[in-house]
Design a binder for this molecule. Structure first.
Ligand code: NAD
Length: 344
């Protein structure tokens, strides 16, 4: 039976994986700790490690897993910026869940936007205290506003459709614009200049790390609303805080944060949080932070569990998997994604 060390396991993960593994095909060892150099020994005797967005799969971790004869790293997410994939090359295979519900993430982005600009987070607290005054709750219409979408893949496209339903004008920037898509693509600078709202739906890469910085913020409209449901590293948080303090940025809706890995997914309600930047952001009335929860719907969780287990099954029965991230091409049959050794 294939043995899986399941790191950073939460109750909702367990529930969905227990359901997907109803037939008992896999022996899953649920571990609450995240994968790191200090914890990877917990995978001793397992064939697979299953990880999420904040597990640190660096070169040293990969070496140790290989040494323990772990054969596969199964990401139960789409993004893989937390994995040293170049180091994994020719050492270990990596599979991921490329899509589980673009609707979950795109709908959360819109939920954050509406909450922020209609001040729902404020009015919810007020009315619970029987304060029915409206002062300070004035919002603005989305209809007729321009939204700039960075990244027009699966999630970006759904977000664009939602925005069009609100009567918004959509412009977009993508490194690889979609052909014949009826999307108005512009340069990244034009997107900063024209957008009332900017939403990020691209992967984090070396190239776009801190794409939101002092210089790009200077090019944006006064009062711009930023939504980030993609990856925290896209935004230089210090520049964001300055932009908000200078009243240049009107609001920020953040489901991700560049230093989230030691904070998000944990309950620190009884503690003093050490991260001053995060504490400053959370103290601002025009900032909403959710803790990387955009993916968290029933539909997405069951798709994640089913795809992760079918990736593992495919890998062990065929020796490769369609959802492989790693660039260790199989000896027989070539790259299933057609990359043919040209991944780097
Ligand atoms: P996708 O691969 O379908 O689309 C990504 C798009 O970004 C593609 O069109 C690609 O061409 C474009 N792109 C790549 N590099 C770019 C760059 N440097 N600048 C601009 N565009 C670039 O991915 P997706 O399924 O739409 O997911 C997008 C991102 O959302 C993921 O990479 C992940 O970081 C994030 N995500 C977050 C959550 C969450 O819970 N918050 C859940 C799932 C995904």
């Amino acid at each position: 039976m294939i043995k899986i060390a399941f790191f950073d396991a939460k109750d909702y993960d367990r529930d969905s994986f227990i359901r997907a593994n109803e037939a008992g095909k896999y022996d899953i060892r649920y571990l609450e700790t995240k994968l790191s150099k200090d914890t990877c020994r917990l995978a001793e005797g397992c064939d697979v490690v299953c990880v999420f967005v904040n597990d640190d799969v660096n070169g040293a971790v990969i070496d140790e897993l290989v040494q323990m004869n772990v054969k596969l790293i199964a990401l139960r997410c789409a993004g893989y910026n937390n994995v040293d994939i170049e180091h994994a090359y020719e050492r270990i295979h990596i599979v991921r869940v490329p899509a589980y519900s673009p609707y979950a993430v795109a709908e959360h982005a819109m939920a954050l936007l509406l909450t922020s600009i209609r001040r729902i987070h404020k009015s919810y607290i007020r009315t619970r205290d029987f304060n029915f005054s409206l002062n300070g709750l004035t919002g603005f219409d989305l209809h007729g506003k321009t939204v700039g979408v960075v990244g027009t893949g699966k999630i970006g496209r759904v977000f664009i459709d939602i925005c069009r339903g609100f009567g918004m004008n959509v412009i977009a920037y993508d490194k690889f614009p979609a052909q014949d898509s009826q999307i108005e693509y512009v340069s990244v600078d034009e997107l900063w200049e024209r957008s009332d709202i900017i939403s990020f739906h691209c992967p984090l890469t070396d190239e776009n790390h801190h794409i939101v910085n002092k210089d790009s913020i200077a090019k944006m409209k006064k009062g711009v609303v930023l939504i980030n449901t993609s990856r925290g590293g896209l935004i230089d948080t210090e520049s964001l805080v300055e932009g908000i303090k200078e009243r240049k940025i009107g609001a920020a809706c953040l489901d991700v944060y560049e230093e989230e890995s030691n904070v998000f997914f944990h309950d620190y309600s009884g503690h003093i949080v050490d991260d001053d930047t995060l504490a400053r952001l959370i103290s601002m009335p025009n900032v909403i932070v959710t803790s990387h929860q955009a993916f968290l719907t029933n539909e997405a969780l069951s798709n994640i569990a089913e795809t992760t287990l079918s990736n593992i099954e495919e890998f062990f029965s065929l020796g490769y998997c369609q959802n492989e991230v790693c660039y260790k091409c199989p000896k027989v049959g070539g790259c299933p994604q057609g990359h043919n050794g040209k991944c780097f």
